[in-house]
Design a protein around this ligand. Sequence first.
Ligand code: SAM
Length: 219
Amino acid sequence: ATIQDWTRSEKFHNSFLLPKDDVLDSVTKHSKDSGLPDIAVSEAQGKFLNLLARSIGAKRILEIGTLGGFSTIHFARAVPADGNVTTLEFDPLHAKVASENFKRAGVENKITLHVGRAADSLVTLHPEKKFDLVFIDADKSSNVTYFTEAKRLIRSGGVIIVDNAVYEGKVADPEVKDSWAIGTRDLLSFLKDDKEVEATTIGTAGVRGFDGFIYAIRK
Ligand code: SAM
């Protein structure tokens, strides 16, 4: 099967399960028109994140890597009115577009956006109540740092998701020496000996190609 097959398949399923969402469409358009790269999670993946957050009754969510706020909005819609999504973004343009998109989606009151290097923002976080869910989706070379901070900030039983963990199978190919591949490989080695979490990788194929995510539970 090829990317065309995966794309057709994902769109077929979406046509049954994902009602048309004018707000999300305008969010995607605003990000595109503002020159942001087309690297948000897919519509189906966004809905999965929303359903996951609701499945565990998440009230507090931490996201590392905001881009134009597409995944952030899915999370904000999942948390109750008194819930919150904290999201971290390095690029000022991405942060600006994301803020505009949060207003567009009417969820700005539920979102706290920190602009700056995620590693710097993370050390400033000392939440009174720990997060229920952490979504790691920024520079992959920092995945071990982000995961370590996620463990500090998440409650026992909380879920940590790390995106792009398969990357066309390249993470599993030792010949690929790019920093993002090494970052995720280092995280896998780290998890092998980590007694504080249990994790698995789920491969996916769809409009975003052949990829996958790590799903971990904090003990
Ligand atoms: N989660 C978003 C979604 O699905 O809609 C997509 C996030 S995109 C894949 C990764 C984002 O991480 C980019 O906006 C990039 O600017 C940001 N980023 C990269 N390095 C970062 C860093 N060191 N600190 C914070 N954000 C960073």
